[in-house]
Design a protein around this ligand. Structure first.
Ligand code: SF4
Length: 298
């Protein structure tokens, strides 16, 4: 859909999960209403969070239909926390999109646990009935000390409740975990506490990312002043092994991201042993053979 970007209206950074690479992107919100996470620089330079006019969003949906007709099967609504918009308006857009594209099989958004939690189960059910099929949630960690340090704006308890409500409402849940986000000091508790939260929620997908510091972020400053010590490749793999060992959740685990040191993919619990064997093999390799350290610019 590369030509599409030139024709449609977009404002600010447009991010989407790798699993939405083939999805039509119709911008519904701009920026992120939280915008405080210490590792994230996506919207730090603006624009400020806002919800686009429903009529403009509908106009973009119609424009996309003129271009793609019946070829649209999956649709993603950027930006950073579209779940935060008014339920009624989001429902209106979901219903309109389904009416416009008869071939649509999936509609998804990004949403942080605190905004999902604010909706409550009843509103989440409305969204599911209107056609929202999956929410991509940055869980990052299940460790409350880490969640506070990275200013995620939520707690393990809230993340568990929000995650369960998404599943109970009948939507799919993709949870993103950042390996190494607790640094050397909290690597063990990050793995154990995150596994605990995931075991409570049992999401459809667990998606692993490895922490890469980004320019102009508070967490990069912490690394530079020595208050945050990053994990080495082997330490990240050891943390991953501990996380997987502790997982009892029947989820699909994948490391579908360029930041990871090795590729891991499999259904839990049956894939557990194979994944752990793969990590053990990787741990025998010299650390210098993994991707080099870098500071992210996006
Ligand atoms: S990680 Fe997500 S919730 Fe946090 S500031 Fe970035 S976009 Fe917002």
């Amino acid at each position: 859909m590369s030509g599409f970007i030139n024709i449609m209206r977009y404002e600010g950074p447009i991010y989407r999960p790798p699993s939405e690479a083939d999805s039509l992107l119709i911008q519904v919100t701009v920026g992120c209403p939280h915008n405080k996470c210490t590792f994230c620089m996506v919207y730090k330079n603006g624009p400020r969070y806002k919800v686009r006019d429903v009529k403009d969003i509908k106009a973009d949906i119609l424009k996309a239909r003129d271009i793609y007709g019946d070829h649209v099967r999956t649709l993603f609504f950027p930006a950073g926390n579209t779940i935060a918009m008014k339920t009624e308006d989001l429902c209106e857009i979901l219903i309109f999109a389904k009416e416009t594209f008869s071939t649509l099989e999936r509609i998804t958004v990004y949403g942080s646990s605190q905004y999902i939690h604010k909706k409550g189960l009843k509103e989440l059910k409305h969204l599911a009935d209107a056609g929202l099929s999956r929410i991509h949630v940055g869980l990052e960690s299940g460790d409350d000390i880490i969640l506070k340090r990275i200013k995620k704006g939520t707690s393990s308890k809230e993340q568990i409740e929000a995650g369960r409500w998404v599943m109970d409402a009948g939507m799919e849940l993709s949870l993103y975990v950042i390996l190494g986000i607790g640094g050397k000091d909290r690597s063990g508790s990050h793995a154990r506490e995150t596994a605990k939260v995931l075991n409570e929620i049992v999401p459809d997908f667990i998606r692993l990312r490895t922490f890469v510091p980004k320019i102009n972020t508070p967490l990069l400053e912490e690394i530079q002043n020595g208050s945050f010590r990053m994990l080495s490749p082997h330490e990240v793999l050891q943390e991953t092994a501990l996380l997987i060992k502790e997982l009892q959740s029947s989820s699909f685990l994948t490391s579908d991201h360029y930041t990871n040191y090795i590729n891991l993919e499999g259904k839990l619990p049956e894939g557990k042993k194979r994944l752990l064997d793969k990590i053990n093999i990787a741990l025998k390799k010299d650390e210098a053979s993994f991707r080099p350290f870098f500071i992210g610019t996006e």
